[in-house]
Unconditional design. Sequence first.
Length: 482
Amino acid sequence: MSLLGLREFHRFEAAGQPFVYLVPSAAVFALDTVSDAVLGLLGAGDLPHDEVVTGLSERFDSHVVSESVAELLRVRAIGERGAGASPQARPKIIPLIPLATMVLNVTNKCNLACTYCYEYGEDKIVDTENGKKPKFMSEATAQESVDFMLRESGSSPRAHLTFFGGETLLNFPVLKTTVAYARRRAAEMGKDVDFSMTTNATLLKPEIIEFLVENQVGVTISIDGPKEMQDRFRVFHDGSGSYDTVMPKIRELLQKHRSRPIGARVTLTKQTLDIRRIYRHLTEEIGFTEVGFAPVTTAGGRDYAIGDTGFDHLLAQFNDLAQDFLQAALENRHHGFSNVKETIEEIHKGVSKAYPCGAGLGLMGVATDGDVNLCHRFAGSDEHKLGTVRDGIDRGAQRSFLEKHHLDDKPVCQTCWARPLCSGGCYHEAHTRYGTTTSANLHYCDWIRGWTETCLEVYGEIAVRNPRYLRIFEDAPMEKVS
Ligand code: SF4
Ligand code: SF4
């Protein structure tokens, strides 16, 4: 006789109602009282169908319980034991998808000296300062990179080109000619290119802003918040803070560049964890429409590394801000806390990742000499090279990378309910923490699970109380450069 048993899911509550987040399919399923009772009963141990019905006969009609069991079987919240292979077994598929986003490191030089910088700071992978890579990408290499991107984007009608650094605007002349070249080449191929860039804002000036506006280049500004937080780590080479330099320039950009939301990207450290204050400053006082936060990537012992207490504090503050986001979503108002928006978009789209991000897959970084690497954070690292813009992607190297980094090869993640969204976390973070990209980021599991739980609750609440809001995700592309 086959027994009914629970499959893998995470139960949570939202809008006064129980839900399950099904793993690994990543579907969210609202439970009615009967299905919740069935799951509760099976939580104590596997049972035959008849005993499930009799076990709940005092509370529900037998046919209602049977219908509920059938539905739970259909969505795979429960399964029949002994009926074939393990429910978790799935083939390991190595995807080779076209390139969707190319991040072009137009320079590896920077006019700031942020203490925690992953390119110049204590945990750098490549010796950018003394290495053999050119400091600036040449116009010729940038154009070869564009050709590479268009070639590798296959039949996709659209490619995304992100300019990155060092400080990107130190090589504005190449950025400018590359935009024109990419537009022309894409048009010849019947394609379209979407442009974006990341900058520390120190070099923004009217003619650059005018160019960004005219060419609809999306802009993300790396900034850490109010003056004392910005000036704590984001300093010039002489140690002076950058807040007073960047603020007037950012205000001018925000005032003139209205066609696309300008995002702020905040690095959080042990010393700068007042998220509410940072958010309020950047949105209400400065005028950013989107603010994304990322804990600093660092080896464990650094002075600015966030410890366990810091992560608890971070989670409490994120939860707090997520409630504001929820309130805004229920009232169809915009709220710029992009971390929650990105995660509920993934939940809504049922994203279940075999890899934590697109690095080495649909996203690649190009170093100043045209070497192609996993992503922009590995640009210039021979150890993480996947080809060159001239010779194309080394498919053997790419396949070998994807073989070694599949979620199935992270044993510790196999029983974690958050794995469809986390999938072990950022390779760069893992490399910095553990010396290898193959490691799961076990130092922040509690934080990841806590945050995913919050986002599930926000999602469930919106799904019940204002489902129309979720339509904003229906055609939106999902793409982010961290
Ligand atoms: S790294 Fe941690 S949180 Fe992420 S999937 Fe693995 S076990 Fe879960
Ligand atoms: S998550 Fe990490 S590895 Fe992935 S693209 Fe971002 S920085 Fe690179």
